[in-house]
Structure formats: C-alpha cells, structure tokens
Design a protein around this ligand. Structure first.
Ligand code: PMP
Length: 402
C-alpha cells in the first residue's frame, strides 16, 4: 500500500466503532490525574525559572540522577554522568543512527524489528542485516552466520524484553551468548528497553547492559512506565559515545524540555510511580490475557501467536495463503485494525503475519476486536482453500512463501 492509502486506512481505523489493535499507545488514563497535577504544579511553584529555561544538552542533573535510580531497579549500575536525556527513546534511536551510520554501512537488527528504529536508522542509509527470532528471542546461530558473512556491521539493535513487535523475550542463556559473541566480534549492542518494567509474570532477566557495560549502549524511556507525552528518554553509554551523542543532540534541538524533565524527575521521586506502575501492570496483564484467550477461541486452524510475559504486543503468524497486508482493508471494513507484518521487515517480508497490540482497548473491546478479526481470517482461509490451484505436488514448493 502507498503511504497515502495507509493514512486513509488509519483515518478510518481511528473511528470509534473500529477496534484498533494496531497502535501501541500506553493507556495513560490509568494514571491518577491528581498525581500528575500535583507533580506539574509543584515543578512550577518550586522552580519556574529552571522549568521554563534552556538546559545543557545532556539534560538536567536531577533527572539524570532519577534515571540512574530507575536503572538500579532494573539491576543496571549507572552514574548520572553516564546518562544523557533525549526527547523520548525515539530521539535516542535517531542520534545513535546519526553518530554510527554512514551510507551503505551494515546494521544488524532483529526480524521482525521495531518499525520506529528501522525508520530512524533508514535516514542514514544503512544496509539492514536482519536476524530471525524465535520464542527465545534472537537466534544466536543466525547471528554467528551473518557475522561470518557480513563486513563489519556498525552495531546490533535489539529489544530484549517483550519486543516490539514480536512480544518475545531473549532467554537468559542467549543473553550471555549474545554479549559474548558481540564482544568477541567488536560489535556494539544497542539495547532498547522501553517495556522491561511491564512484566506480568516470570522472573526479570538481567539487562544486556548489566552483563557487559562496556559494549552495550542502553536506551530507556519513561513513556511506558509514566507517560509518552512528557517525551523523556535517555541513553546510558560510555563517555566517548556520550560526548558524540550530546553534540548530535545539541545540533538537533539544543536540549530537551526542562519543564517535562523536572516533571519526570518529581514523578520518579514521588514513590507514587511504584503504586501506579503496579496498577498499569495489572491493566495490561488482564488485557494480554483477554487477547490470548480470544485468539484461542477465534483464530482459524493453522494460526499461531506468541505468548508475551509483558509489554504491549502479540505477534500472529497466519495459515499459508493468507496475506495480512492485502486483508487489512477488509478487516477495517469489518471494524478491526492491526499492523501487517510487512511494516517490521525492511525487505518486504512479513505478509504472513501481523502485530496486535493489547495496550489501549479495554478487555471487552479486545474480545470483540479479536472475534471480528477471527471471522475475517476464517473467511480468508476458506476462500484460499477454495481458490487453491491444482498443482502437481512437486511444484507446490515454488509458490512464494509469504
Ligand atoms: N523503542 C521501542 C521498541 C518502542 O516500542 C518505542 C515506542 N513505541 C520507542 C522505542 C520510542 O518511545 P518513546 O520515544 O516514546 O520513548
């Protein structure tokens, strides 16, 4: 589809009668308004002069301290000097692309990969090397083979916890193997971890940054544990990389908003964030449960999906012959929207899959949305069976796989 077709489709998809399982918006309505109001008011009352002023490109010292404190909750040791504040994690991705990538450089990403990272890096014209994932995250043998083939990539980008879009988590054993392999190959890892604190079940696993601080550039954000509207993200990296990132950040926008940095700092200091985060985890966890149960009830035979232990997303693999991109207009017509898998592969793969997000619609809407989707998929599966060309068995393998 062209960009204008996609825009038109999503304009329809945002109608109130359409259940959108497409966007991955945090459910900010779950935050108590009085907590937010108190934080914003206290920032202005206590230090309007700082809140309304520019600040250094690396960010305000207080919020860098608060971020270092938050990192400790994830088991990562960080000093405030190792942190720079960015305009959300998204700006961090852009700055990483800007300082590392020259046109034609190889960059290793997971398959499927976060579409926002692909578009941020694409501006610097890399050649993407995509590494498959399974239920335990990146397949290390594939990475080994790619490194043996490819000229030195500039970095590897991964979302190890509850990935966007696949909803899978890199296993402990693979975390160790990944950091070892990358250290040996001189390949820096960019670890993007917006969802790590949104775990519904199971034990937290160590961050890659914890396992190898010298070779891992860590990207964080308050978007999913607080609110994306404050646009506070950060990078944790070694001094040489931080200096270059800070220069790139200053060239891009001088500094992040002092006002929202102070809001983020106060919120993280308030301790209310812990209570609110537990509530968010309950909300998202029950929505995940509703989505998985509804898929079990309504998805046609041959459909499989991931079982996320946290985060926002479920990745659905479709029975052979169903094309998620081609089916989207029909789904929207039936009042349900999703993101076709093609968005997450730079090379056009992914027609046989889709990303569903459970973060925003309430449980009832998720049940209804997945039921509608199930009907659309079931009809498409029947139509495909009816239309299947009669081909000799030996030729069947030459059909495009997706
Ligand atoms: N990384 C990943 C994997 C994401 O899913 C997102 C948000 N969708 C971001 C980074 C950027 O988020 P933000 O800019 O709001 O911090």
């Amino acid at each position: 589809m062209s960009a204008s077709e996609v825009r038109a489709l999503f304009a329809v998809a945002s109608r109130p009668d359409v259940v959108s399982l497409a966007g991955g918006m945090p459910f900010v309505q779950a935050l108590p308004t009085e907590d937010v109001l108190e934080v914003v008011r206290s920032v202005i009352e206590d230090d309007a002069a700082q809140a309304l002023q520019y600040c250094g490109g690396a960010g305000l010292p207080g919020v860098r301290r608060a971020v270092a404190g938050l990192m400790a909750e994830e088991g990562v040791t960080a000093s405030p000097d190792e942190v720079i504040i960015t305009n959300g994690g998204q700006q961090a991705l852009d700055l990483v692309g800007k300082i590392f990538i020259d046109p034609g450089d190889a960059v290793v990403v997971e398959a499927p990969a976060y579409v926002g990272a692909l578009s941020a890096f694409s501006a610097y014209q890399p050649r993407f090397v995509q590494i498959a994932m399974d239920d335990e995250g990146l397949v290390i043998e594939e990475l080994e083979a790619a490194l043996a083939r490819s000229e030195r990539p500039k970095f590897l980008y991964t979302v190890p916890n509850f990935s966007n879009p696949a909803g899978v988590t890199l296993s402990l054993e693979r975390r160790h193997r990944l950091v070892e392999l990358c250290r040996g190959a001189g390949l820096p890892i960019v670890e993007d971890n917006p969802y790590g604190m949104l775990r519904f079940e199971g034990e937290p696993l160590p961050c890659l940054r914890t396992l190898d601080p010298s070779n891992v550039i860590y990207l964080g954000t308050v978007s999913k544990v607080f609110a994306p509207g404050v646009r506070v993200g950060w990078v944790l990296a070694e001094p040489g990389v931080l200096t270059r990132l800070t220069l790139a950040k200053e060239a891009a926008d001088l500094c992040s908003s002092s006002l929202t940095q102070l809001v983020a700092e106060r919120y993280l200091e308030s301790e209310r964030w812990r209570v609110n985060l537990r509530h968010l985890i309950d909300v998202y966890g029950s929505r995940r449960d509703a989505m998985l149960a509804a898929l079990g009830e309504h998805a046609p035979a041959g459909t499989t999906w991931t079982q996320p232990q946290g985060g926002f997303y479920v990745w659905v693999s479709l029975p052979p012959g169903i094309d998620a991109a081609a089916l989207l207009p029909a789904a929207v017509e039936r009042k349900v929207a999703y993101v076709p898998g093609t968005a997450f592969y730079p090379d056009g793969r992914g027609r046989d899959s889709m990303r569903l997000s459970f973060s925003y619609p309430p449980v009832e809407a998720i049940r209804e949305g997945v039921a509608r989707l199930g009907r659309v998929l079931t009809e498409a599966a029947k139509a495909d069976a009816g239309n299947a060309p009669v081909v000799p068995v030996e030729r069947a393998g030459s059909r495009p796989s997706g």
